[in-house]
Design a protein around this ligand. Structure first.
Ligand SMILES: NC(=O)c1ccc[n+]([C@@H]2O[C@H](COP(=O)([O-])OP(=O)(O)OC[C@H]3O[C@@H](n4cnc5c(N)ncnc54)[C@H](OP(=O)(O)O)[C@@H]3O)[C@@H](O)[C@H]2O)c1
Length: 327
């Protein structure tokens, strides 16, 4: 059995997709989320079928006790608490896979879960809740997990479900590459508009380019490799982002092949008045700068603006306004 701990957007979608492929899946989450699944879990995807599946949905963490694999899909700020809860129920030798953004979640889970095998994962796509018990994947790409024998049953379940998933021997580089792409989460959340509209505007893209350039320079200094997850190498991304709109639309067709309604999960968090993952995204760049005795002014300014938005501040910045706030 595969358990999903902290089933929200990612957990319900991945769990539902694996269940649709024949895996036995138990979702563990909040009552408000689990109650919606009583009539079935509906999962849809860009250019793909819509399916409704039956899954076991519960609020009881003990349901993970008999799981061979537990996927952790809570937001990064809740990872330590999730680890402490799972430590009370998971048996020795159980496998835990972090399907979360950020670069530290697997490490946090490992510290909380001695005797269990914890693997890092990377979810490349965007999922939103569209309706009661209905989750939609707005982009498509290949899910990645740390290469280890313990991950094979999950790879098997994904293969049976037709869900692209690969094992990687360089997860820190993969996670940093994803983090650098995710620097757009804050910019999207502060723009107040869907991702497709935001990325179509050079003004917002130049803010993202500046944040990425800063992060890439610090990673180079720290000798932190960055995996190539896009057709262009990561170091080219800032220049691609700065292209004029029409040329960018041609050069980055894949990046823009995105559901017109999709927004970043940081936008969702602000909308729901939840704390965001800013400390685990831009905050990691600022922390790396501090560790290296440098500064990261663009990312630090974005951290400040998101903090203000968490406190009820503005989140409808035009690109020009955002750029002005970074200098
Ligand atoms: N959504 C996306 O498109 C996307 C894409 C790629 C990666 N990611 C990453 O995937 C991770 C999960 O994101 P998400 O969007 O799926 O978040 P989400 O929708 O907020 O789902 C997480 C769920 O876990 C619940 N939870 C937290 N602690 C719990 C606990 N101790 N017991 C039971 N339930 C608990 C949360 O409830 P409360 O809200 O009540 O705490 C929430 O319902 C994040 O790291 C995110 O950055 C998300």
């Amino acid at each position: 059995m595969i358990a999903v701990f902290g089933a929200g957007a990612i957990g319900c979608w991945v769990g539902g997709r694996l269940a649709a492929g024949g895996a036995e899946v138990t979702l563990i989450g909040r009552a408000r989320v689990m109650d919606e699944l009583a009539g079935g879990l509906t999962i849809s995807e860009l250019d793909g079928p819509t399916r409704t599946v039956r899954v076991t949905a519960t609020t009881d963490p003990a349901a993970a006790a008999s799981a061979a694999i537990t996927l952790v899909t809570v937001k990064s700020a809740q990872t330590a608490e999730a680890g402490a809860t799972l430590a009370r129920v998971l048996s020795d030798g159980a496998t835990v896979v972090s399907l979360q953004n950020g670069v530290r979640n697997a490490e946090v889970l490992r510290a909380a879960l001695p005797g269990r095998r914890v693997l890092a994962g990377m979810v490349p796509w965007n999922v939103v809740r569209r309706d009661r018990g209905a989750y939609h994947r707005g982009t498509s790409s290949t899910l990645m997990i740390e290469d280890a024998p313990a991950g094979r049953p999950l790879l098997e379940a994904a293969r049976a479900a037709g869900l692209p998933m690969v094992a990687r021997g360089d997860m820190p580089a993969v996670q940093w590459a994803k983090l650098i792409m995710n620097l757009n989460n804050a910019i999207n959340a502060l723009s107040g508009i869907p991702l497709a509209q935001e990325l179509a505007q050079r003004g917002y893209r130049t803010v993202l380019a500046a944040a990425q350039r800063e992060a890439l320079a610090l990673c180079a200094l720290a000798r932190q490799p960055i995996a190539k997850l896009t057709p262009a190498p990561p170091t080219w991304m800032p220049r691609v982002l700065e292209l004029p709109d029409r040329i960018f639309a041609l050069a980055a067709r894949r990046m823009l092949a995105i559901d017109p309604l999709a927004r970043s999960s940081m936008w969702d968090d602000l909308e729901a008045k939840r704390p965001t993952e800013i400390d685990h995204l831009q905050g990691e760049v600022v922390a790396l700068a501090t560790q290296l005795g440098r500064t990261a002014p663009v990312n630090a300014a974005l951290v400040r603006l998101v903090r203000e938005a968490e406190g009820g501040g503005r989140r409808d910045f035009t690109a020009d306004e955002l750029r002005a706030r970074l200098t």
